[in-house]
Design a protein around this ligand. Structure first.
Ligand code: EPZ
Length: 416
């Protein structure tokens, strides 16, 4: 909880360019694989986020030295410790991503169990099952996960995930990269961030095929070579600013984005009557007239991203007519609804569906940001609402959106 907040005067169309930063959900696993390199490794286009700095602190605590300067991280050294500090893991559940590389390199790991978060219980059973199938032994003791690798190296195997999981797929890839023999992953997640991780490992000498499909085959190699790798643009940041253009009826150019990573999202956005023009890695988004009500349901990639559900709901609050928003990934990802209702939005929740009756205008209010993506949905709603809004507790926002005040300011938002 932090008491810094944004005061927003809404109702003003926003115009200008937004340079999309590197992807948070790509840089976190990419920082984790620094544990696998025994020589140097460099990442570029790294977003300066609270989560980035937390993940750097975590691998520092494990013994890797880093230098972080103008979007670049230089990594040196090998993991010396096997215990991830509780105070870091408890702040960011993505810390669990260090488990596989740490085990691969040190054959030992002691990780505090990552708690759930606002959007759901967030279990890691698929991560643990995958590591066991590759030869790890794990056991839980008073809130800590203890893992060992008795044979000293992972052994390739077949892994069939019962449900698509981004983190568990990344865990299996990081474990299999330096395993003995071949690993085949079925029902793998296809997110662009997973392709990014695999491309980086392949550039360093790994042998991973099928990235971006549901079957990934990995031929283990003995070590990784030094490499410099640039993180892909953040598709969720790009989608968030596209919503802001639509909801404020302005015109925003998203620079340095990968529109092909947001195919379904942009198809849905066009159906709402927001104008989307794609030129290579620039997307011009124009919110000109009435917004049509459009139904969505969230799905693993390439479906509609769950991380853009809250933002899309804000847009539907000012659409003509009724829309149904179904959240199929997380069990509790509607915390933004009561906050949007404070702005006079008319939304009814029925299980994992939200039924939104669009109005022609939201009213400014003091609202509380509950989780990372809900924060951006409340900012988008406040930018469109009549009058002044206060978005309280920006701690979540700082985790996932680099320089968001500056970016909002540069497109003319009246914020302080
Ligand atoms: C990643 O989380 C992202 N985080 C999330 O983004 C994103 O919402 C999510 O993928 C889905 O796209 C990072 O990449 C750091 P999952 P992850 O494993 O890997 C269940 C944001 O806002 N599950 O694909 O934790 C789980 O409970 C964040 O940037 C198990 O049951 O998501 C969920 O219902 C929020 N057991 C579903 O699978 C497991 O072992 C999908 O979760 C793992 C997951």
């Amino acid at each position: 909880m932090s008491n810094d907040r944004l005061i927003i005067q809404g109702g003003k169309p926003l115009f200008g360019d937004v340079k999309i930063s590197g992807a948070k959900n790509s840089v976190l696993p990419l920082i984790s694989i620094s544990l696998l390199f025994d020589k140097s490794f460099t990442l570029k286009n790294v977003p300066d986020l609270a989560d980035t700095r937390l993940m750097i602190k975590l691998i520092n605590a494990l013994g890797i030295m880093t230098k972080f300067y103008d979007g670049t991280i230089d990594f040196h050294g090998e993991p010396q410790n096997i215990e991830a500090p509780k105070e870091l893991v408890s702040k960011m559940r993505a810390s669990i991503l260090v488990l596989a590389p740490l085990l691969s390199k040190r054959h030992n790991a002691l990780i505090p169990m990552p708690g759930g978060c606002e959007i759901g219980e967030r279990p890691i059973n698929y991560h643990i099952d995958a590591l066991k199938q590759l030869g790890a032994e794990t056991f839980l003791k008073n809130g800590f996960l203890r893992a060992t690798l008795p044979q000293g190296r992972f052994t390739g195997n077949e892994i069939k995930f019962p449900k698509v999981s981004v983190g568990a797929t990344e865990c299996a890839i990081m474990a299999a990269a330096l395993a003995i023999g071949k690993t085949k992953i079925y029902n793998a997640a296809k997110e662009p961030e997973i392709v990014d991780l695999g491309n980086c490992l392949n550039l360093a000498g790994a042998n991973i095929k099928g990235l971006g499909t549901s079957i990934i085959e990995i031929e283990g190699v003995s070590n990784l070579n030094p490499v410099t790798y640039s993180v892909i643009p953040d598709r969720i940041e790009a989608g968030s600013f596209a919503i802001i253009a639509g909801i404020t009826k302005g015109e925003i150019n998203l620079l340095n984005s990968n529109p092909k990573d947001l195919k379904v999202f942009f198809e849905k956005l066009k159906k709402t009557n927001v104008n989307v023009e794609i030129y290579n890695n620039t997307v011009k988004v124009k919110g000109i007239s009435e917004i049509n009500a459009v139904n969505i349901h969230t799905e693993p990639h390439p479906g509609f991203p769950t991380d853009l559900q809250a933002q899309f709901m804000s847009l539907m609050c000012i659409a003509n007519g009724k829309s149904i928003i179904e959240e199929k990934i997380f069990e509790n990802r509607f915390m933004h609804v009561p906050e949007l209702s404070k702005m006079k939005a008319s939304i009814k929740i029925d299980g994992n569906k939200a039924i939104v009756n669009g109005l022609n205008q939201l009213k400014g209010a003091s609202v509380k940001a509950t989780d990372l993506r809900a924060s951006m949905s409340l900012i988008a709603a406040s930018l469109s609402a009549n009058g002044e809004s206060i978005v309280n507790d920006l701690s979540h926002l700082k985790r996932g959106y680099e320089n968001f005040e500056e970016k909002l300011f540069n497109i003319g938002a009246n914020i302080r």
